[in-house]
Design a binder for this molecule. Structure first.
Ligand SMILES: Cc1cc2nc3c(=O)[nH]c(=O)nc-3n(C[C@H](O)[C@H](O)[C@H](O)COP(=O)(O)O)c2cc1C
Length: 245
């Protein structure tokens, strides 16, 4: 699998088989991912890989909390800005619509949406998860480093035939994660990530992406790339095709 194939075949998978992921595969992926770049090579990521009985117990505790309607833990960071502007608000709402329609859930069916959301804390059935922490003293650039690291992990998982789903949902029950993993006090949880083999029987909708000209500006005396639109063109087509089983 080349890098393009890894990038294009990665998606947030929300249905895994219970086939275990060999520990040597996880070690290989995480060893290679440590080559991800970071400002001044700080490598500010702290990763806990959880499988087997400890993961089963954490899932049980988290699912029970959410199912019982416990309030979320106090936030250490905002998942999204409270006032999300256009175009972000539109993209978010489109994602919500697509996700629930893939599951056959009406937007106003709060209970069904809640049931679907709870699958987050069961790791969508995955037999392995990682939890990524960062030192509270780190700033925005180091949070960006975490993103680069996590994407590197997800692409390497593709090379191993594995899939993943990054999940900020875990930050909503962060105290349960902390109780299970007992990280040093200075660390805070950014996100969890479910990983494993995709369950081919679970339907999905491939998310689309904004046309290139909405997110990329080419400046200078260069040809506009084929298949994309330049700054002054409004006809850029979506680059991805919607796919579902
Ligand atoms: C930092 C981060 C946190 C995310 N948190 C969740 C989550 O809690 N639950 C979930 O189902 N998906 C989560 N996602 C997946 C996104 O919804 C998904 O990446 C996005 O809709 C694009 O779809 P794709 O990854 O399938 O291409 C998260 C993604 C990122 C990068």
């Amino acid at each position: 699998m080349n890098v393009y194939e890894a990038v294009e075949s990665r998606r947030a998978v929300r249905g895994f088989t219970d086939d275990p992921v060999p520990v040597e595969v996880l070690e290989r992926v995480l060893k290679a991912a440590s080559w991800a770049p970071s400002g001044s090579n700080l490598q500010p990521w702290h990763v806990y890989v959880v499988t087997g009985a400890p993961l089963a117990q954490l899932k049980k505790v988290a699912v029970a909390r959410v199912a019982a309607g416990d309030p979320w833990d106090e936030r250490e960071f905002q998942l999204y800005p409270p006032e999300l502007k256009v175009p972000y608000s539109e993209r978010r709402s489109r994602f919500g619509k697509e996700r629930y329609s893939a599951l056959g859930i009406a937007r106003e069916d709060w209970e069904a949406r809640q049931r679907a959301a709870i699958a987050n804390w069961d790791c969508f059935g995955a037999p392995a998860a990682l939890f990524c922490f960062i030192d509270r003293g780190m700033g925005r650039p180091q949070w960006a480093d975490l993103g680069m690291y996590l994407q590197t992990v997800m692409l390497l998982l593709r090379a191993e035939g594995l899939h993943s789903c990054p999940q900020m949902a875990w930050s909503q029950v962060r105290t349960s994660v902390e109780e299970a993993l007992d990280p040093p006090a200075e660390l805070m949880l950014f996100c969890g990530m479910s990983l494993g083999y995709e369950d081919p029987d679970v339907d999905f909708i491939r998310t689309l992406r904004a046309p290139l000209h909405e997110t990329v500006t080419f400046v200078g005396d260069i040809d506009q790339p084929r298949g994309s639109a330049g700054r002054n063109t409004t006809s850029g087509a979506c680059v991805n095709v919607q796919v579902s089983r």
